[in-house]
Design a protein around this ligand. Structure first.
Ligand code: GRG
Length: 293
């Protein structure tokens, strides 16, 4: 298996499904559908949906069954980015090399586009077909949990209340594992549950995803310092400017690199019970910590 080829293939599969799940741009009222499609279809690595598909494959499942859930996670991710970029949050002008949603469509449309995507995500999840109904219901609960106050929102709230001067390790771990880790965890669990994973497989993939999410976020913190803004598509140095609590702020860049390596090692160790069917997930760990965007 060539990892890059397979990653591109999976991301394309997700893009095609997203195209079909999102309302067309000219559907009335066009402003909101244009803003939604602009935000979801304008780039992005598709790591969360890809993780959902790869987790299903690791337990021998059919990825087609997982596509609606995978897309629902990308919609929630896109909503969180739109809202995160708003003036009331990070006030960012660029994302993925283009103006942020509120810069392109106005603040009101951006708030509504985020709301629309969160709603559409659950409508899309409900279109899951081919899996046992009790698995689909379980996944709806998992995704709601990840998006809510015990997941994404909880992490974002603590993030907005914290600064680089007063954040300890436990608070930083809370922020990262909720703001970012929750969707990674939900992606792996959704893929595994819909594919009929055993209890042991589900536990292993959950642990894997928690460490992968942490490795991803630490690397993200590092890219905000070391990255090339032309490659990452947004200005670097924004965490420092906004006095954000990050791993490099707490441990320095070398310490943060070591933490990312440890998280990557733990992610790989969690896959011990799998054979070659989890090779893509193993390569994904290396990709996440070595990426340059
Ligand atoms: C409800 C008002 C309101 C806001 C929600 C939850 C939230 C706002 C924001 C948290 C979202 C956030 C910025 C998380 C950080 C995770 C992160 C590094 C995202 C970037 O992920 P990539 O690199 O992005 O996968 P691409 O562009 O590849 O999709």
């Amino acid at each position: 298996m060539n990892f890059k080829t397979e990653l591109t293939r999976k991301a394309k599969q997700v893009d095609q499904a997203l195209q079909s799940f999102l309302p067309p741009e000219d559907a009335y009222p066009p402003l909101i559908h244009q803003a939604v499609r602009y935000s979801v279809l304008g780039g992005g690595k598709r790591l969360r949906p890809v993780l959902a598909l790869a987790s299903a494959e690791a337990v021998g499942g059919d990825t087609a069954i997982v596509l609606p859930a995978a897309c629902s996670l990308e919609m929630i991710h896109a909503y969180s980015l739109i809202h995160d970029d708003l003036p009331a949050m990070d006030n960012d002008d660029f994302r993925r090399g283009r103006p942020t949603c509120h810069k392109a469509f106005g603040e009101a449309a951006a708030i509504l586009a985020g709301d629309a995507l969160l709603t559409l995500a659950f409508g899309t999840l409900a279109k899951s077909d081919g899996a046992a109904p009790e698995c689909i219901i379980k996944v709806i609960g998992e995704v709601a949990f990840a998006a809510g106050t015990k997941g994404l929102i909880g992490g974002q709230v603590v993030d907005t209340l914290s600064s680089d001067e007063d954040t300890d390790v436990l608070t930083l771990e809370y922020i990262h594992s909720h703001k970012t880790g929750a969707l990674y965890r939900a992606a792996a669990r959704a893929g595994a549950i819909l594919a009929g994973a055993s209890h042991a497989q589900l536990a292993a993939l959950t642990e894997y995803a928690e460490h992968l999410g942490m490795a991803f976020q630490i690397k993200d913190d590092m890219l905000d310092i070391e990255g090339d803004e032309k490659v990452i598509g947004k200005p670097v140095g924004s965490d420092q400017k906004n006095k954000k609590a990050t791993y490099p702020a707490l441990y320095g860049i070398a310490g943060a690199r070591e933490k990312a390596t440890q998280a990557a090692r733990s992610a790989l160790a969690a896959l011990e019970l799998f054979g070659g069917e989890a090779d893509f997930l193993r390569s994904l760990v290396q990709y996440v910590i070595n990426r340059d965007f």
